[in-house]
Every structure is written in C-alpha cells, then in structure tokens.
Design a protein around this ligand. Structure first.
Ligand SMILES: Cc1cc2nc3c(=O)[nH]c(=O)nc-3n(C[C@H](O)[C@H](O)[C@H](O)COP(=O)(O)OP(=O)(O)OC[C@H]3O[C@@H](n4cnc5c(N)ncnc54)[C@H](O)[C@@H]3O)c2cc1C
Length: 440
C-alpha cells in the first residue's frame, strides 16, 4: 500500500477511470461526486411517463471499435462486450423526408482497413461516380499525408478545397462531423476530425465498427467501474460537491459541505465549464483558467418517442437528411425497449428556439415522413444537455494533464488533445493522470 491519499474530484468517465487505474495499483483513493449518481455526461436517468418508470440514457451514445482504452477498461471491470454492445460494421443510411434512401454506405467488413472503407465509398449509393472518385482520392490523399495538416482550419472550408461536392459534404462528411465533434462543420476543427478518421479508418478494420449500447449506459460504465473501485478499497462519496481546493503544506485540503479532508494528490476530473471555480484557489494555474475561459459549448438533445406496438425500422441506426433530427435509433431492435425510438439532435441550431414539446413534435413529423409506417407517438421525452461538449474549433488550446502545481492533475475529455469530447478521450485522460502519479 502506498502512503499517498489521492482525491479525485468528479465521477464521470475520466474520474472513474483514474480511480480504477489507481486502486488497481494499491493507492488509497477518495472520489468526490457532486451529484447523486456517477457517470457525468454518460449516465442513465429514470424518467416517469404515464405512471411508468423508464430508464433512458442522458444521450444516445455511439462508441467505436477504435475506443481501445475504453474497451480494455470495460473488459477489466467485467463487462461482457457482446452483452453490452451491438457491434456493427460502419454503415450510413441517410433517409430523406420523402421516405427515400438518399445515400447509403456500408464498409466492406471482409476487407482489411482502409480497403473496407475505400470499397464502401466506391460502391456507395446516392452520389455520382465523379463524387465517389473525389471521396476516394481525398481518403487516399489523407492516408499519404498520415492524416496530418499544416494549418488547422474549419472543416467545411478544408473539404471544399479538397473538391468535395456539396452533396458529398451533406450526406457523408457533415453527419460524421456532427457525430464525432458535435460542432457545426463550418466551425469544426479539421485537425481533430482527421485524427478521428485516422484512428477509425487505419489499423484494424474493426476500428471503424459502431458499438451501440444494448444496456443502459450506467450499467455499462459507472456501475461496473464503481463496483471495481470499491471492491479494491476505493471510497466513493456521492452528493459531495467540492467547494475549494487549498494548498496545505505539501498536500491539499478538499472542502465539501461536510468540512475539510487532507490529501497528498488531487485529480480534478470535472467538465471544462466547471474547472475554473476549482482552480481559482490554487496558485500558478491562471494559464489553465485562461485556456478554459475561451471554451464555448455545444448542446445535444435526445428525443425519445414511444410508439404503439409494431414498430420496426429498416435499420437499427439511420440518418435523416435535411432534417433537425440527425441519427435515429430503433431501441426495440437495439436494447429491447420495444417501439421506442431515439433521435439525436447534435450541435447548435434553430431548434434551440423551440420548446421541448415543439421539438419532439417536429422530430416526430420528420420521422413520419421518412418512415411513413410510423403512427403518432404515445409519449415523448426530450433530454437536453445544453453543454454536452466543448465546441471543437480549430486550434483550441487544451490544458495538459500535468499542471504547473506539483501533485495537481487535470483529467477530462477536454484534456485529451487528439480527440473531441468523447468517452475514449475522457478515459484516456483519467488513465494518463493515474500513470503520472504512479511513475513520478
Ligand atoms: C448527450 C450526449 C451525447 C454524447 N454522445 C457521445 C457519443 O456518442 N460518443 C462519445 O464517445 N461521447 C459522447 N458524448 C461525450 C461523452 O459523454 C463525454 O465526453 C464524457 O462522458 C465526459 O466525461 P468526463 O469525465 O470528462 O466529464 P463529465 O462526464 O462531465 O464528468 C464530470 C463529473 O464531475 C462532477 N462534478 C462537477 N463539479 C464537481 C465538483 N465541484 N465536485 C465534485 N464533482 C463535480 C459532475 O457531476 C460529473 O459527474 C456525449 C455527451 C453527451 C452529453
């Protein structure tokens, strides 16, 4: 057992993964979570409608085969991948408002990467031969330059310079950008988008697989992690918002409503929107505060629509073209929530001016146009995450995990510089902080 006692502030993916990596090595860990449940931005909420309780995720999440650290961590804490996820080779089926499939792309799962995608592009439906060739040439060019660019610019501008047509952008690159970066394509960072493409379409062909949660998110992430941490002696304190972190001798006092506790190390694993307050009382961290103060945020709305019996969409996941809703999931096929459909509305837009009921109604109408067999939903529930992710803009400065104050570390999706806000980035950052402490 080590003498250090480590405080982790925040019980999202980053804080939980840091705690799991530390208890595994015999460290004494106390994790403080402000809310009454763990999981942060990847959690399950209990929603009551018509007297019935439903377990719904705060957002319909998609993981990728390329999420190596996430998948390794979940395996370690006992998650059975086949039970937890529906794994499907990358496929994009865009449906229009006139019930037509306007674009479809399916990766060739038998071929190695990147040929699985290149052949997918070659045979995709809905764009001209010239457009398919432009997409292939673009992917080949990226491979030749190892997905690197000299100067980061907004993705839309970059794609236009790369001769990607309007249709190609709107059927393929824009939906991918919204799904990965949750930032409008006119503002999104090309460099970060290319990092995601690189990790998804190079290396193992399974990297581009979609992993769609079959169980609710808390069952897959926070519950097994918290069980693992506590079994190995870690202490998890819920409803314990940390108010202040103060330097005290060679360690730190952590202040909550229950008083102060002393620790040798602190990992601050809260979202960037919340980090400033915690750093304010710590000397030398002004630069980190200045960096996160420049951040802007993007919303994600998840619209759940419950239909009368008999609903089965042509695909578990479909895209909507020219609509407010972007990705549609048939949760009956996915996770046995029969006749329940979830629709993701990513990033900023005019839909933010609608009330939640108006938004649900609009999305239900869009669904009805794309899938005419759908009748009127019995009920709906909109879960709005107003600050779901940071805006992933070009050249966004990211704070490092190691701060200029010894033994104070930052974890969280925003600190993993290669990626947009993702579960994988959060988990990698947490594990990295644990490694920094262990290897010091
Ligand atoms: C709707 C939605 C959909 C998403 N879809 C995807 C997806 O498909 N794929 C993907 O990879 N990612 C997705 N993401 C992003 C992903 O969920 C996040 O990147 C990840 O969960 C962030 O984890 P984190 O630990 O960095 O931060 P958080 O999850 O924000 O965790 C921070 C924790 O700190 C706690 N906290 C804050 N202040 C204090 C304090 N003072 N004291 C104690 N505790 C405190 C918070 O309550 C919270 O639990 C989505 C996010 C949302 C919201």
């Amino acid at each position: 057992m080590h003498k250090s006692h480590i405080a982790i502030i925040g019980g999202g993916c980053a804080g939980l993964s840091a705690a799991a990596a530390l208890v595994e090595r015999g460290y004494t860990v106390t994790l403080f979570e402000a809310s009454s449940q763990l999981g942060g931005r990847a959690r399950t909420v209990a929603v009551e409608t018509n007297g019935l309780l439903h377990l719904l995720d705060n957002g319909q999440h998609i993981l990728l085969g390329a999420y190596q650290e996430t998948l390794a961590l979940l395996k370690k804490v006992g998650i059975n991948r086949k039970k937890a996820f529906l794994r499907i080779p990358l496929q994009i089926n865009m449906q229009s408002g006139t019930a037509k499939s306007v674009f479809s792309l399916k990766s060739f799962s038998l071929l190695p990467a990147p040929f699985n995608l290149l052949f997918g592009l070659l045979f995709c439906k809905g764009i001209s031969f010239k457009e398919r060739m432009a997409a292939l040439k673009f992917m080949q060019g990226l491979k030749n330059t190892q997905y690197q660019i000299v100067r980061d610019v907004p993705l839309e501008r970059f794609l236009i310079n790369q001769h990607q047509s309007k249709r190609l952008i709107s059927f393929l690159w824009e939906p991918l950008c919204l799904a990965a970066l949750n930032t409008p394509i006119a503002k999104a960072s090309t460099r970060i988008f290319l990092n995601v493409l690189r990790d998804t379409f190079s290396g193992n062909k399974k990297n581009s697989d979609f992993l769609l949660p079959r169980l609710d998110l808390s069952q897959i992430i926070s519950e097994p992690l918290s069980h693992y941490i506590q079994t190995k002696g870690g202490n998890i304190k819920l409803n314990q918002r940390v108010r202040r972190v103060e330097v005290e001798g060679s360690g730190f006092n952590i202040e909550t409503r229950n008083g102060k506790e002393y620790f040798s190390h602190v990992i601050i694993a809260v979202s960037p929107a919340r980090v400033e307050k915690l750093l304010a009382t710590l000397p030398k961290l002004n630069h980190t505060i200045e960096q996160t103060q420049t951040y802007q945020y993007q919303p994600i709305y998840t619209v759940y629509l419950q239909y009368p019996p008999g609903v089965r969409l042509p695909n578990v996941i479909s895209g909507l073209s020219g609509a407010i809703g972007q990705w549609v999931f048939d949760r009956g096929q996915l996770c046995d929530q029969q006749n329940l459909i979830s629709v993701i509305v990513s990033a900023e837009g005019k839909h933010q001016q609608l009330t939640q009921d108006e938004l649900a109604l609009r999305v239900a109408k869009e669904l009805n146009r794309a899938f005419p067999a759908l009748s009127k939903p019995l009920w709906h529930k909109v879960i709005a995450e107003k600050r779901a992710t940071f805006s992933c803009k070009p050249n966004l400065e990211r704070p490092t995990n190691k701060t200029s104050l010894p033994n104070v570390f930052l974890a969280g999706d925003y600190t993993y510089p290669d990626y947009p806000a993702t579960i994988e980035g959060a988990i990698r950052s947490g594990i990295y902080c644990a490694n920094l402490i262990h290897n010091a």
